[in-house]
Design a protein around this ligand. Structure first.
Ligand SMILES: [Zn+2]
Length: 95
């Protein structure tokens, strides 16, 4: 899936491969969206496996959700500058 990314600030339509908006230079979440799509691919591929332990599906699902949680937090930090502190902020403030 190759979804375009809408700029949260100016609503410009950007390619998912842009790191920043083509119009206003706001940080975008294209990398996270691409990885998020891959977590869905992982889940769909896993569902096609046969046999295995009865608990595997639920355990795999929890791992997929954990990856999606981390990606969501990264996206939130990029799109809500100043609300969620990023690692980059902590390094910058430590200097
Ligand atoms: Zn923009």
């Amino acid at each position: 899936m190759n979804t375009n990314v809408v700029c949260p600030k100016c609503k410009a339509d950007n390619c998912t491969y842009n790191d920043t908006c083509i119009k206003c230079d706001t940080p975008l979440v294209g990398d996270e969206v691409r990885i998020l799509d891959k977590t869905a691919d992982l889940w769909n591929a896993f569902l096609k496996l046969t046999d295995g332990h009865p608990d595997e599906r639920n355990e795999f699902k929890l791992c997929v959700h954990r990856m999606q949680d981390i990606l969501s937090a990264r996206m939130a930090a990029k799109l809500t500058e100043g609300i969620f502190k990023t690692f980059r902020d902590s390094v910058k403030n430590a200097k």
